[in-house]
Design a protein around this ligand. Structure first.
Ligand SMILES: Nc1ncnc2c1ncn2[C@@H]1O[C@H](COP(=O)(O)OP(=O)(O)OP(=O)(O)O)[C@@H](O)[C@H]1O
Ligand SMILES: [Mg+2]
Length: 271
């Protein structure tokens, strides 16, 4: 069921601070503190050559909200995420994001010549704080790997290290681009559970790019579908956590999303 209802905030979640950053030249910083949005995007367009990938896109993410983003391969999901992460400034439109953001990609992107704990605090203001790195690594369950080299980590451990590196920055907005896509099924389920727990503990807003409809419905407050350069559809997931994939309401939402993605209802698990 399509809906435009916006999730309400709870008091326990951190409010977007007044320290909002302009990633591009055309930002309107004033409105954010009033609306308690973590992300406010208006009229965002991005062109590569002659191709308009994002076309006047609007999106809001509330402080502390968990939002998943689905869409066909090549539709522009990572393009949007990169702009929100301030990794791409060649856009037009207004983008407001929290000053404290962190990003984790499908590939953990650990530097092979630095130990795991040094990777976690790499580039952090205040320098290489081992204690902070250890706390973050403990939180994601791999404190015992702190002094090892990235090459000895399993795929799941490396992804946990990548999450620790994001969380140690205490972000108000966590941007995740298919972080579980390269993991085997069991590791993936554990990583999904971990992200759900970390989100509840840290209370940051999350934008999770994924191709997995079930994952999106399991974890999110709201699922967005990108198509033709805009957010074409959204589903508010008004289901209590822990969610059950066998719940008829869950199945209905998943079916709606699969329909929206053009995947035939009931025959596939993913987009
Ligand atoms: N730096 C770039 N130069 C030229 N074209 C680009 C660049 N970055 C992205 N594109 C193009 O923009 C389109 C959207 O790319 P994007 O990576 O955002 O897709 P996506 O939705 O994340 O896809 P996937 O699900 O496969 O990761 C693609 O056609 C891609 O080729
Ligand atoms: Mg992508």
């Amino acid at each position: 069921m399509a809906t435009s209802v916006q999730r309400n905030l709870t008091d326990s979640r951190p409010q977007a601070s007044s320290a909002m950053l302009k990633p591009g030249p055309q930002i309107v910083p004033s409105a954010v503190a009033e609306t308690a949005n973590a992300v406010r995007v208006r009229g965002l367009s991005r062109r590569f050559g002659s191709r308009d990938v994002l076309q006047n896109l609007n999106v809001d993410i509330a402080a502390g909200e968990f939002v998943a983003l689905l869409g066909a391969s090549g539709c522009g999901k990572s393009t949007l995420l990169r702009i929100l992460a301030d990794l791409d400034r060649e856009f037009s439109g207004d983008v407001e994001v929290p000053h404290r953001r962190a990003v984790a990609f499908q590939a953990p992107r650990l530097l092979p010549w630095k130990t795991v704990w040094r990777n976690v605090v790499l580039g952090l203001p205040g320098g290489a704080d081992r204690k902070r790195a250890l706390e973050a690594l403990e939180e994601v369950g791999i404190g015992h790997r702190a002094d090892q080299w990235p090459k000895v980590l399993s795929g799941g451990e490396a992804q946990r290290a990548s999450l620790a590196r994001a969380l140690v920055r205490e972000p108000d907005l966590l941007l995740l681009d298919e972080p579980f896509a390269a993991l085997d099924a069991l590791t993936r389920i554990k990583a999904q559970e971990l992200v759900g727990e970390l989100w509840q503990r840290h209370g940051c807003a999350v934008l999770l790019v994924t191709h997995d409809v079930e994952e999106a419905v399991l974890l999110s407050d709201r699922v967005l579908v990108m198509k033709d350069g805009i957010i074409a559809h959204q589903e508010v997931i008004d289901l209590p956590r822990q969610r059950d994939v066998a719940d008829p309401v869950f199945a209905k939402i998943r079916g709606n999303l699969l329909d929206c993605l053009g995947v035939r209802h009931g025959t596939h698990g993913n987009s």
